[in-house]
Unconditional design. Structure first.
Length: 367
């Protein structure tokens, strides 16, 4: 490329920015960092001001205070330059903005915009989404269900209030004033370390309004818990222990078929014999003992460490399966049953954890 030759790709990008900056169109801009997204926004505001739109009628929303400050700073710098430029510099700046020569009206208006925006009662309204929503709530507090002249607490005070609420709930449990709260805290504390426990308490407090609405819609805490258990496919009286107890009585599985499988596996490879021994020991135990060691001894025979069904080759070797297809079918049938029980135990754990969290959350609502 010769010196001074215009890069067509660069010119295409500049042309796209000029098009996107035209406030007459509605556009979606998606680009990497540093490619000019903020400039496009500043250009759109500049063109609106040049078109005679008052500064206080333009609203620009961003996600962060830093982004809002950056945009306001860039716009103020640009308007300040326009006020100080000579005629030639101003015409060039407007040519870059519009992608065309500015009209005499636009050239005459540009130097006055800096003073107009400063003198405007509200100035340039470049805000974060949060601050804009806060201003709307401030204008219509009663319609929003808020007290007039409400204030928004800062993050530091919010943290202090959450810690105070948490300490009150912990105090109630420590003094044994509420057995349900005490049990719930003990349950959660057994699952998390100190840092994780603090994070959970914070999340519960942050979501207290949603929790309040959910509790109200279900007629109280018990209604929420009942609805949750139904969604998980659990009966009102089903617990971790009752699920296992029901799954390990003699009538819950085909004991005869599994006993036959023990004999068949005993004549196979080393892996088959190992599986035979594990299954035999579990089957020979009384029902109560089978329940006690179901998770530790029975489930690993049929499921992997991730609680997923083993491949057929994990139940018995192919040579033995080809010779005794009925035995493989019996093992697969039991595997499906054990997997279903495993899934139900997961649901019971979720229900127990949720019950504990909701109990603590409702206690926080009352503090």
């Amino acid at each position: 490329m010769n010196r001074g030759t215009t890069n067509p790709i660069l010119m295409q990008g500049i042309g796209a920015q000029v098009t996107a900056a035209d406030p007459a169109g509605s556009v979606w801009v998606s680009a990497n960092a540093g490619t000019g997204k903020t400039r496009v926004l500043v250009d759109r505001i500049s063109r609106l001001l040049l078109a005679g739109i008052p500064a206080h009628k333009i609203l620009c929303l961003t996600f962060t205070k830093a982004a809002a400050a950056e945009m306001a700073n860039r716009l103020n710098v640009r308007l300040g330059h326009w006020a100080a430029f000579g005629e030639a510099e101003l015409e060039k700046a407007l040519l870059d903005l519009f992608g065309r020569f500015a009209t005499s009206e636009e050239i005459a208006r540009a130097p006055m915009l800096f003073a107009e925006t400063i003198e405007s009662p509200e100035g340039l309204r470049i805000r974060t989404i949060h601050s804009f929503c806060e201003s709307l709530l401030g204008r219509f507090p009663l319609e929003s269900g808020l007290a007039p002249h409400f204030t928004v607490i800062d993050e530091r005070r919010a943290v202090e209030l959450r810690e105070e609420a948490r300490d009150r709930v912990l105090g109630i449990a420590a003094n044994s004033e509420d057995a349900a709260i005490n049990k719930a805290l003990s349950h959660i504390a057994g699952l998390l370390n100190e840092e994780g426990f603090a994070d959970v308490m914070t999340e519960l407090d942050i979501g207290r309004h949603r929790l309040h609405a959910m509790v109200q819609s279900q007629g109280g805490l018990e209604g929420v818990i009942t609805a949750g258990r139904e969604r998980l496919g659990l009966g009102s009286d089903e617990t971790h222990d009752t699920i296992i107890a029901a799954a390990t009585i003699d009538d819950a599985f085909d004991k005869v078929a599994l006993t036959d499988a023990v004999a068949v596996l005993g004549g196979g490879s080393k892996a088959d014999i190992n599986c035979s021994g594990k299954l035999k020991r579990w089957l020979e135990r009384p029902a109560k003992q089978r329940a006690t060691c179901f998770v530790a001894d029975c489930m690993p025979i049929f499921l992997t460490k991730k609680k997923q069904p083993r491949a057929n080759s994990g139940l018995m070797t192919k040579r033995l399966a080809d010779a005794y297809p009925g035995t493989l079918e019996a093992l697969i049938t039991e595997q499906k049953r054990v997997f279903a029980i495993s899934e139900k135990l997961k649901a019971a754990s979720i229900a127990d954890n949720t019950h504990a969290l909701l109990t603590i959350g409702v206690a926080l609502l009352d503090t």
